[in-house]
Design a protein around this ligand. Sequence first.
Ligand code: HEC
Length: 110
Amino acid sequence: MQAHSKHAIRALLCLLLAAAGTSANALDGATLYKEKTCVSCHGENGNNPVLPAYPKLGGQNPEYLFQQLKDIKSGVRTNAMTAAMQGIIQNVDMEEMRVIAIWLGTLSAE
Ligand code: HEC
Protein backbone atom coordinates (compact mmCIF):
# COMPACT_ATOMS: atom_id res chain seq x y z
CA MET A 1 0.00 0.00 0.00
CA GLN A 2 2.70 2.45 0.99
CA ALA A 3 5.01 1.39 -1.82
CA HIS A 4 2.10 1.68 -4.19
CA SER A 5 1.25 5.26 -3.24
CA LYS A 6 4.92 6.25 -3.35
CA HIS A 7 5.02 4.92 -6.87
CA ALA A 8 1.90 6.86 -7.82
CA ILE A 9 3.35 10.07 -6.39
CA ARG A 10 6.60 9.56 -8.29
CA ALA A 11 4.67 8.97 -11.51
CA LEU A 12 2.68 12.15 -10.95
CA LEU A 13 5.81 14.17 -10.28
CA CYS A 14 7.40 12.84 -13.48
CA LEU A 15 4.33 13.94 -15.38
CA LEU A 16 4.52 17.40 -13.86
CA LEU A 17 8.22 17.68 -14.59
CA ALA A 18 7.79 16.41 -18.14
CA ALA A 19 5.01 18.89 -18.80
CA ALA A 20 7.09 21.73 -17.40
CA GLY A 21 10.15 20.61 -19.34
CA THR A 22 8.63 20.31 -22.78
CA SER A 23 6.94 23.60 -23.34
CA ALA A 24 7.99 25.73 -20.39
CA ASN A 25 11.73 25.72 -20.88
CA ALA A 26 11.85 29.46 -20.89
CA LEU A 27 9.81 29.69 -17.70
CA ASP A 28 11.56 29.84 -14.38
CA GLY A 29 9.64 29.38 -11.13
CA ALA A 30 11.70 31.84 -9.13
CA THR A 31 11.23 34.55 -11.75
CA LEU A 32 7.52 33.90 -12.19
CA TYR A 33 7.03 33.97 -8.42
CA LYS A 34 8.30 37.56 -8.41
CA GLU A 35 6.80 38.67 -11.74
CA LYS A 36 3.33 37.43 -10.82
CA THR A 37 3.63 39.23 -7.46
CA CYS A 38 3.31 36.04 -5.39
CA VAL A 39 6.30 37.27 -3.39
CA SER A 40 4.38 40.32 -2.16
CA CYS A 41 2.05 38.17 -0.04
CA HIS A 42 3.87 34.88 0.50
CA GLY A 43 7.32 36.43 0.99
CA GLU A 44 10.83 35.41 0.00
CA ASN A 45 11.13 31.67 -0.54
CA GLY A 46 7.41 31.25 0.06
CA ASN A 47 7.78 31.08 3.79
CA ASN A 48 7.58 34.67 4.99
CA PRO A 49 3.93 35.63 4.51
CA VAL A 50 3.03 39.29 5.06
CA LEU A 51 0.19 38.24 7.37
CA PRO A 52 0.38 35.35 9.82
CA ALA A 53 -2.88 33.97 8.43
CA TYR A 54 -1.40 33.58 4.93
CA PRO A 55 -0.05 30.13 4.08
CA LYS A 56 3.62 29.14 3.88
CA LEU A 57 4.37 27.45 0.57
CA GLY A 58 8.07 26.56 0.48
CA GLY A 59 8.77 22.84 0.67
CA GLN A 60 5.12 21.85 0.16
CA ASN A 61 4.30 18.98 -2.22
CA PRO A 62 4.18 20.34 -5.80
CA GLU A 63 1.17 18.17 -6.68
CA TYR A 64 -0.74 19.64 -3.77
CA LEU A 65 0.23 23.22 -4.60
CA PHE A 66 -0.67 22.79 -8.27
CA GLN A 67 -4.07 21.35 -7.33
CA GLN A 68 -4.77 24.25 -4.94
CA LEU A 69 -3.83 26.80 -7.61
CA LYS A 70 -6.19 25.16 -10.10
CA ASP A 71 -8.98 24.97 -7.52
CA ILE A 72 -8.53 28.59 -6.50
CA LYS A 73 -8.51 29.72 -10.13
CA SER A 74 -11.61 27.71 -11.04
CA GLY A 75 -13.44 28.78 -7.88
CA VAL A 76 -13.75 25.22 -6.49
CA ARG A 77 -11.72 26.35 -3.48
CA THR A 78 -13.26 29.32 -1.79
CA ASN A 79 -13.20 30.63 1.76
CA ALA A 80 -12.91 33.99 3.53
CA MET A 81 -9.29 34.40 2.36
CA THR A 82 -9.43 33.07 -1.19
CA ALA A 83 -10.38 36.47 -2.60
CA ALA A 84 -6.79 37.63 -1.98
CA MET A 85 -5.63 35.05 -4.54
CA GLN A 86 -8.45 35.30 -7.05
CA GLY A 87 -7.40 38.41 -8.98
CA ILE A 88 -3.76 37.33 -9.15
CA ILE A 89 -4.30 33.76 -10.25
CA GLN A 90 -6.46 34.70 -13.23
CA ASN A 91 -3.26 36.03 -14.83
CA VAL A 92 -1.32 32.80 -14.32
CA ASP A 93 -1.78 30.01 -16.87
CA MET A 94 -1.64 26.25 -16.31
CA GLU A 95 1.98 25.96 -17.36
CA GLU A 96 3.08 28.83 -15.15
CA MET A 97 1.21 27.34 -12.18
CA ARG A 98 3.03 24.02 -12.72
CA VAL A 99 6.43 25.67 -12.92
CA ILE A 100 5.85 27.77 -9.79
CA ALA A 101 4.49 24.76 -7.85
CA ILE A 102 7.52 22.65 -8.75
CA TRP A 103 9.90 25.46 -7.80
CA LEU A 104 8.14 26.01 -4.45
CA GLY A 105 8.47 22.30 -3.75
CA THR A 106 12.24 22.49 -4.10
CA LEU A 107 12.55 25.11 -1.34
CA SER A 108 13.13 24.12 2.24
CA ALA A 109 10.15 24.10 4.57
CA GLU A 110 10.33 26.25 7.69
C1 HEC B 1 -2.71 39.50 -2.20
C2 HEC B 1 -2.00 38.45 -1.50
C3 HEC B 1 -1.61 37.19 -2.28
C4 HEC B 1 -0.94 37.12 -3.47
C5 HEC B 1 -0.42 38.25 -4.34
C6 HEC B 1 -0.77 35.71 -3.75
N1 HEC B 1 -1.33 34.96 -2.76
FE1 HEC B 1 -1.37 32.92 -2.67
N2 HEC B 1 -2.58 33.02 -1.06
C7 HEC B 1 -2.97 34.16 -0.41
C8 HEC B 1 -3.94 33.83 0.61
C9 HEC B 1 -4.62 34.79 1.57
C10 HEC B 1 -4.13 32.42 0.54
C11 HEC B 1 -5.11 31.55 1.32
C12 HEC B 1 -6.35 31.42 0.44
C13 HEC B 1 -7.32 30.38 0.86
O1 HEC B 1 -7.28 29.95 2.01
O2 HEC B 1 -8.14 29.98 0.02
C14 HEC B 1 -3.25 31.95 -0.52
C15 HEC B 1 -3.13 30.62 -0.87
C16 HEC B 1 -2.22 30.13 -1.77
C17 HEC B 1 -1.97 28.74 -2.04
C18 HEC B 1 -2.63 27.56 -1.35
C19 HEC B 1 -1.75 27.15 -0.19
C20 HEC B 1 -2.23 25.95 0.57
O3 HEC B 1 -1.52 25.56 1.52
O4 HEC B 1 -3.28 25.39 0.28
C21 HEC B 1 -1.01 28.68 -2.99
C22 HEC B 1 -0.38 27.44 -3.58
C23 HEC B 1 -0.67 30.04 -3.33
N3 HEC B 1 -1.41 30.90 -2.57
C24 HEC B 1 0.26 30.40 -4.28
C25 HEC B 1 0.38 31.70 -4.79
C26 HEC B 1 1.07 32.01 -6.02
C27 HEC B 1 1.81 31.00 -6.88
C28 HEC B 1 0.94 33.36 -6.20
C29 HEC B 1 1.39 34.17 -7.39
C30 HEC B 1 0.92 33.73 -8.67
C31 HEC B 1 0.17 33.88 -5.07
N4 HEC B 1 -0.15 32.83 -4.26
C32 HEC B 1 -0.15 35.21 -4.88
C33 HEC B 1 -2.52 35.44 -0.69
C34 HEC B 1 -1.86 35.82 -1.84
